[in-house]
Write a protein that binds this ligand. Structure first.
Ligand code: GDP
Ligand code: IMO
Ligand code: MG
Length: 426
């Protein structure tokens, strides 16, 4: 291993959609990476980039793909929908990105989302008395089969014999699979048809990634979802099915944790959440509507309206700890422009437990909490499209310093618009 490691992990610091895609694209473009690795989740993610003014939403491909000198990889902790990945690849290639097997690696260890898993996700959401509000992309059932040791991995999916053996095993062992398989042949043909196209990209990606790290290459590791949706550390059961925090990155790549040189969390200057689950600072009034409208808060994957609320410093402090954040990027501050007052939750009040300073482990307890706010003065002038901390209005600077104090981490960058250029350096 070279003397210095250059591994930066970038995670979502809230419940997703913080702007990870934009920031991966920016950091990768600034020479921050030779290799961009996506380490968990699947096509439940929607990461939006603007490249030369054109909007692109990536679901499975790492957000560094539009920088031609960089390699992109999908590591073992990701679950892959093959036919959707082919669609995404074609869309990217049509936008002039050169995607060849020497610059796009898909882990042979990554598990495959099949039509069966998508079916199970839909059934479990519609039948339960406690829906999670999943994206219905088959994410949970695919990770469940992985943990049950009956999943299909990419390396086996792209080989006809091993893929067929998996289907046969499922017919014998999974109740309902046989009938479903027989009745959904069109879906399976599409699914199986993507294998030949993806086969050239499938490799021992983790070994290649480790070798790249050992030879001094810079790694930028891209999280999906957010730390509050982490299967262990999030607001269970209202979470996704993978390890979204920084720890998930090293597990997915098989990288020594000490090699992570930096962890960055992206948070909005407010909070959004899609799907069910407790959200203490949620705003259901006109201010919430105004933020949702200005921030265009609709899901990049499902189009569902995102729930909106004030920044929650209790939750963000927790994420700083859980994901070991060295820095926070405070994104979408332009959305707050024009508000007279901006609130940040510093603690919660619980009817029985009184004042709470730490995020409770129990979603039911969290649902009973009401926020205790600190108030900041808003700003009315438009924020600069790019620049330095000193270029920001005084009220914005006071707000950023307040957030740093409340969450215990440095805010190193601020987002002031959806484009690559819209970054202010603090
Ligand atoms: P991700 O899943 O974390 O990559 O985030 P999404 O792409 O789902 O959602 C972020 C949304 O905010 C996208 O529509 C972005 O284009 C947009 N966006 C990102 N950064 C900024 C910003 O600083 N200001 C504004 N107004 N929009 C932003
Ligand atoms: P990005 O990467 C926001 C949410 C779903 C649901 C829960 C479980 O764009 O930030 P799942 O389909 O994963 O089993 O759903 O997680 N969720 C997201 N919310 N952004 C995402 O991804 C999300 N991916 C999953 O809405 O509440
Ligand atoms: Mg998103």
């Amino acid at each position: 291993m070279s003397q210095f490691s250059h591994v930066t992990v970038l995670v979502g610091a809230q419940w997703g959609d913080e702007g990870k895609g934009k920031w991966i694209d920016i950091l990768a473009g600034e020479g921050g990476a030779d290799l961009v690795v996506r380490y968990q989740g699947g096509n439940n993610a929607g990461h939006t980039l603007f490249v030369e003014g054109q909007k692109i939403v990536l679901h499975q491909i790492p957000s560094g793909i539009f920088h031609p000198s960089q390699t992109c990889a999908i590591s073992s902790g990701v679950v892959i929908n093959p036919s959707e990945l082919v669609i995404e690849l074609d869309r990217i290639i049509a936008r002039s990105a050169d995607v060849t097997p020497d610059r796009f690696w898909i882990s042979a260890r990554a598990h495959v989302i099949t039509p069966w898993h998508i079916h199970l996700d839909g059934v479990s959401e519609s039948k339960t008395t406690q829906p999670i509000g999943t994206t219905k992309r088959g994410i949970g059932p695919t990770y469940a089969d992985k943990a049950s040791r009956i999943g299909l991995r990419m390396g086996h999916y792209v080989q006809v014999r091993t893929c067929q053996e998996w289907i046969e095993r499922m017919m014998e062992n999974a109740p309902g699979f046989k009938d479903f398989y027989r009745d959904t042949q069109d879906q399976w043909q599409k699914f199986l048809g993507a294998a030949a196209r993806l086969a050239p990209f499938v490799c021992d990606a983790e070994s290649r990634i480790r070798h790249a790290a050992q030879s001094g290459k810079k790694l930028l590791v891209e999280g999906a979802q957010g730390t509050l949706l982490d299967i262990d550390h999030g607001t269970y059961p209202y979470v996704t099915a993978s390890s979204t925090g920084t720890g998930g990155a090293v597990a997915s790549i098989g990288l020594a944790p000490r090699l992570v040189s930096q962890a960055i969390g992206v948070a909005k200057g407010y909070v959004t959440r899609v799907g069910e689950g407790p959200f203490p600072t949620e705003l259901k009034d006109d201010i919430g509507k105004q933020i949702a409208h200005r921030g265009q808060e609709f899901g990049a994957t499902t189009g569902r309206p995102r729930r909106v609320g004030w920044l929650d410093a209790v939750a963000l402090r927790y994420v700083v700890e859980v994901s070991g954040l060295d820095a926070v990027i405070l994104n979408k501050l332009d959305v707050l422009t024009g508000l007279k007052e901006i609130k940040v939750a510093t603690a919660y009040h619980h009817p029985e437990k009184g004042k709470i300073l730490e995020l409770p482990w129990d979603a039911e307890v969290l649902a009973q909490c009401t926020p205790i706010y600190e108030s900041f003065k808003g700003w009315s002038q438009e924020l600069p499209a790019s620049g330095r901390f000193a270029d920001l209005p005084e009220e914005t600077r006071i707000y950023i310093k307040g957030v740093e104090r409340l969450v215990g981490a440095k805010v190193t960058m601020v987002g002031t618009g959806p484009n690559r250029e819209n970054a202010v350096y603090c």
